[in-house]
Design a protein around this ligand. Structure first.
Ligand code: FUB
Length: 324
């Protein structure tokens, strides 16, 4: 039986995407991007994703009305930002809520910043500068059982991840091809006060069934953007978008920093170019929050939805066909 709000747009008065869902104090909070209603062509560099601020959504439970809690952070509030506030996430630590978000700096390079608040819905006060050593997009924050906090991040093409292969930013860097290993997502550990990375950021390896790194040509399985981490029965599950082939896939590992072994597909393509999700346990059941462009047919005008996930005791996830 479907829940009242299942597979429906949670709000329609603004466009929302890239939902990072969490339960804080028994209530559901969703940290999405806020898509602008703007007439721009599709472009591989993502210029049409012109997001200027964040609004946090909340629900008392999965069947209740989804509330837009208003402006939480705006690009003008952040000293280092020039434009494009893309997919954020949030974590509750030390009695504070931290919003972790990517945006382009004054040199038009994507960086990752942190803003804090006493409330899960903001307003959030940004740190003066981006996290030293951070780059690219789509930070997902994972608070492990031992209190350590990790950041998974990175996105190809418009997200600029491949432009850092040499260790410095190079807009013309060639992309790996064919049998070359695919570029994995980034991993770093946050300091306890969430102001910096205390480990050297490193690429995570996603391996195939033979223990070999996934290849660049394996577009049905290799990482593109939108990482998420969930933990079940002591195992770590990294899920992500394959970008060009539009799947959400997952891989399993024994440690938070991998390596991870590819396990399967979580979701078939949604309407729209991008697919981006989060996975959260609510009242003992697992749910995936995701977005699509069913309402508009326009890739950069998206709506956030959720649906239930079937996960067995071995962590296997049944693939979702979003329109069946
Ligand atoms: O929303 C802008 C970008 O589109 C995100 O950073 C990607 O994950 C994709 O959803």
């Amino acid at each position: 039986m479907r829940r009242k709000n299942e597979r429906k747009a949670l709000v329609e008065h603004i466009y929302t995407a890239d939902p990072s869902a969490h339960v804080f104090n028994g209530k559901i909070y969703i940290y999405p991007s806020h898509d602008e209603d703007i007439d721009l062509p599709e472009d591989d560099d993502g210029e049409q994703y012109v997001m200027k601020d964040y609004h946090i959504l909340s629900m008392d439970n999965l069947d209740s009305e989804c509330v837009d809690n208003g402006l939480a952070l705006s690009e003008e509030d952040v000293p280092w930002v020039s434009r494009q506030l893309w997919a954020p996430d949030a974590v509750y630590k030390n009695g504070k809520y931290y919003l972790v978000f990517p945006a382009k700096d004054k040199d038009d390079i994507f960086r990752i910043g942190v803003a804090e608040s006493d409330s899960p819905t903001g307003p959030f006060k940004p740190q003066e500068d981006f996290i030293k050593g951070s780059y690219s997009v789509d930070p997902a924050v994972f608070l492990d059982d031992d209190g350590r906090t990790y950041c998974y991040y990175g996105g190809l093409w418009g997200g600029q991840l491949e432009m850092w292969q040499s260790g410095t930013f190079n807009r013309d860097e060639r992309r790996p091809e064919g049998d070359e290993p695919a570029i994995g997502p980034m991993f770093a550990e946050f300091s306890d006060d969430m102001t910096e990375f205390i480990s050297e950021p490193k690429h995570i390896q996603i391996l195939d069934e033979n223990g070999e790194p996934l290849k660049a040509s394996d577009e049905d399985r290799r990482y593109f953007e939108g990482p998420w981490m969930h933990k079940l029965n002591g195992k770590y599950y990294l899920s992500y978008s394959t970008g060009t082939t539009h799947y959400i896939c997952y891989a399993e590992g024994d440690r938070p920093d991998g390596p991870f072994t590819y396990k399967g597909r979580i979701m078939e393509p949604v309407i729209g170019w991008t697919t981006h999700h989060s996975i959260v346990e609510i009242d003992g059941e697992w749910y995936i929050f995701y977005h699509d462009s069913e309402k508009t047919g326009i890739s950069h005008e998206r709506c956030v939805k959720y649906t239930k996930l079937d996960i067995d005791e071995n962590g296997n996830i049944t693939t979702i066909k979003p329109y069946e």
